[in-house]
Structures are given as structure tokens and as C-alpha cells.
Design a protein around this ligand. Structure first.
Ligand SMILES: [Fe+2]
Length: 146
């Protein structure tokens, strides 16, 4: 595995770790119209995030890498922005998620390309799977706002 791919996978992992906390924040603090739907969807998403975190960390290990495994290091690597511990409207929740998911799509695409350059088809396949999930989620979030 190239150092570029190793470091990029760790930033991805750190972002998932922060996202796991952020999705709980939204699950707890979302207010207003669509509460029940969003509250349930956010739970599904943080559970999915937990699975992705574990898969990415174990992929790094399988390739001889070292996954980021502390909150301190995850925060220093992550580019996802955290939220205040405060109520947030359902519209602001979905708008914020749209911009996070757009970032995920770009970042996931970059990893697919790096893995392909590395001749690592298994990692490229894994991230292509995440890419399809994020593209579907983006369509759903935009449909919610339409
Ligand atoms: Fe809950």
C-alpha cells in the first residue's frame, strides 16, 4: 500500500469516527417536522458508520497499516466539522447532512482512484460499494428537501 493511500484511508477513518458522534448529536437534538423519520434515519446511519469504521480500520490492518484509534488523533486528522450540543431544526439537519454527504462522495471517489493506481482492486471495490450507498443517501436527502 502506498503511503498516500494509507494516510488517506486514515483521514477517511477519522472522519467516520467523528461522523459517528455527529450523527448521534443530530439523532438526539433534531427538532421539528419530520422528527420521527429523521431520528430513525440517523440511528440507521450511525450504525452503518460504525460498520464502515470497522471495515476501513481492518482493511488498513490487512494491508499492514496502522489505523487511527484514539479520539484525540481522530480529531486532529478529521475534516468533518462537529456541531454544538444544542437543538437543531430538521431542515438545518438535512442541509448539513447534504454537504457532509457531498464531501463523502468526493472523498470516497478519490480513494477508489488511489486504490486503482495502487493496483488494489479489493480496496477499490470496497469503496465503490460505499460510493453507491452515499449517492443513494444524497438522492434521499435532496428528495426530503424538495
Ligand atoms: Fe437512540
Amino acid at each position: 500500500m502506498s503511503k498516500v493511500l494509507h494516510d488517506k484511508l486514515n483521514v477517511y477513518l477519522a472522519n467516520q469516527q467523528i461522523m459517528y458522534i455527529k450523527l448521534h448529536n443530530l439523532h438526539w437534538y433534531v427538532k421539528g417536522r419530520g422528527f420521527f423519520t429523521l431520528h430513525a434515519k440517523l440511528e440507521e446511519l450511525y450504525n452503518q458508520t460504525a460498520e464502515i469504521m470497522d471495515q476501513v480500520a481492518e482493511r488498513l490492518l490487512a494491508l499492514g497499516g496502522s489505523p487511527v484509534a484514539s479520539a484525540k488523533n481522530a480529531l486532529s486528522l478529521a475534516s468533518v466539522k462537529e456541531l454544538e450540543d444544542a437543538p437543531i431544526s430538521s431542515d438545518d439537519t438535512v442541509r448539513g447532512m447534504i454537504s457532509d454527504v457531498e464531501y463523502w462522495i468526493r472523498d470516497t471517489n478519490e480513494i477508489v482512484k488511489l486504490a486503482e493506481e495502487d493496483g488494489d482492486g479489493a480496496t477499490a471495490d470496497m469503496f465503490n460499494g460505499y460510493l453507491a450507498e452515499y449517492q443513494k443517501l444524497l438522492w434521499m436527502l435532496k428528495s426530503h428537501m424538495a
